[in-house]
Design a binder for this molecule. Structure first.
Ligand code: IMP
Length: 423
């Protein structure tokens, strides 16, 4: 069977966790292919909220296999906390959680390196989640990394020590104030590695090839969003992995011609956490309302997210880069009560009107050009059917569909599983 993708089209936090959870009943396998504990995927059902960082969002379904692919970076300490939370909720994860031997490990010193790197940048800092993501991918591409499969070797601790010692030298080189007690961090780390080793490690690309041959259905779950992609995002204010469709090929070993549906998920407005350009950002009451009503606080760091109107120029770019076939619009309910909605349909770029995402979208080069659309007053959160949705809401959705040339098949009107409407 073919592989489907679910990808965030903005700067992350689009609501991927919720939608994967909703879609999971259609799939045999849910596979994460990039990122790591910088992600925070939130799922709500039966009156309870669950946040996952590295574990795929299909874990709450009994029949689904959840695979952490080779493109993911794993922090054993955070992973263990996620497992402990699952145990508390009586989720038997052992039989349905598989880890690729080729996934790289985040060491305690990777996190310290992240902190040192950010501190050394001063005002130019990226606003990293400080989970050690960048340094771990640097060691991967630098061919120094430690992989999950190494944990099965007798000498992995020697490899660990060599790398950790090297990291300590680099931390000193940064010459910034990073306080740490490595012995303490390592105690926690080695303890968590023991837990990780109790899970099933596999050669995941072979596993997925066999699964495809057997006709199993597979959903690749993206993390972060297209505008945080290492190549196509707002560099250098990006994460260190390929968050776009191509990342599913490299992060799982899935061939491009095996990909069928690419679901693109976006919020009805835009948010961003951390530094970097954001043309439609609002600094007024409207932005404050979006943040408050949308509860726009990071699931991983708790940081307040920056909010703004929907940016169709950026969204179109993400649709193109990913080859999106179906769209899912989240948080439509948050826009209830705005008399007029604005959608950025072009940029004024150095005095010229343009319709594509240019190399540089810093505020000094780009000002958004908006189209105004009538808002709606009704509360959407209790609605369960498409024909209950207000006329103005449908007009907003139809406008976006026309601009993006892709159908919006699902709209989400609240955080719970049940607050999801198919169109
Ligand atoms: P890092 O991936 O932790 O190094 O963070 C790099 C940038 O990506 C920062 O601006 C983070 O705020 C942002 N970022 C990383 N992961 C996520 C996410 O899951 N959601 C939203 N932003 C993220």
């Amino acid at each position: 069977m073919a592989v489907d993708l679910l990808l965030g089209l903005q700067w992350g936090d689009e609501g991927k966790g919720k939608i994967v959870d909703v879609l999971t009943s259609k799939y045999d396998i849910i596979a994460r292919f990039q990122g790591g504990p910088n992600a925070g995927h939130t799922l709500e059902f039966d009156g309870q909220k669950h946040v996952l960082h590295t574990i795929p969002s299909g874990i709450f379904h009994d029949e689904t296999i959840n695979l952490v692919g080779n493109g993911v970076v794993i922090d054993p300490v955070i992973f263990k906390k996620e497992l402990d939370n699952l145990s508390k909720n009586n989720i038997d994860y052992l039989s349905k959680l598989l880890i690729s031997r080729k996934a790289h490990l985040i060491l305690p010193t990777h996190r310290l390196l992240d902190a040192a790197s950010e501190a050394s940048k001063g005002k130019a800092k990226i606003g990293s989640t400080l989970k050690g993501i960048g340094p771990t991918y640097m060691d991967k591409t630098g061919r120094n990394g430690i992989r999950v499969g190494d944990l099965e070797l007798d000498n992995w601790k020697e490899k660990y020590r060599t790398l950790s010692d090297k990291h300590e030298k680099i931390i000193k080189f940064y010459d910034v104030d990073v306080q740490y007690d490595l012995a303490e961090l390592e105690k926690e780390f080695f303890d968590a590695v023991k837990t990780l080793k109790s899970l099933t490690f596999i050669d995941s690309e072979a596993y997925l090839h066999a699964a495809q041959k057997e006709g199993k259905t597979i959903l690749a779950e993206g993390a972060q969003g297209s505008l945080l992609d290492i190549d196509f995002g707002t560099y250098p204010f990006v994460t260190s992995s390929t968050t776009t469709a191509a990342g599913a090929c490299t992060g799982l070993g899935v061939a491009p011609n095996k990909i069928k549906e690419a679901y693109g998920i976006f919020k009805a407005y835009t948010t961003r956490v951390g530094s970097g350009p954001f043309p439609t950002e609002l600094f007024d009451e409207d932005g404050e309302t979006m943040g408050r009503v949308g509860n726009e606080f990071g699931a991983t760091t708790g940081r307040a997210r920056r909010c703004g109107w929907l940016d169709l120029v950026a969204l179109k770019y993400a649709v193109q880069v990913n080859g999106i076939t179906q769209l899912i619009m989240m948080k439509g309910d948050v826009l209830s009560g705005f008399k007029t909605l604005k959608v950025c349909t072009a940029y004024n770029y150095k005095g010229k009107e343009i319709y594509h995402l240019p190399y540089n979208i810093e505020a000094e080069n780009v000002t958004p050009i908006y189209t105004e659309i009538k808002g709606w007053a009704a509360d959407l959160t209790g609605m369960t059917k498409a024909d209950e949705l207000p006329k103005e809401f449908n007009e907003y959705v139809e406008f976006l569909e026309k601009e993006l040339e892709i159908p919006i098949k699902v709209v989400s009107v609240g955080p719970d599983r049940t607050q999801t409407i198919e169109r």
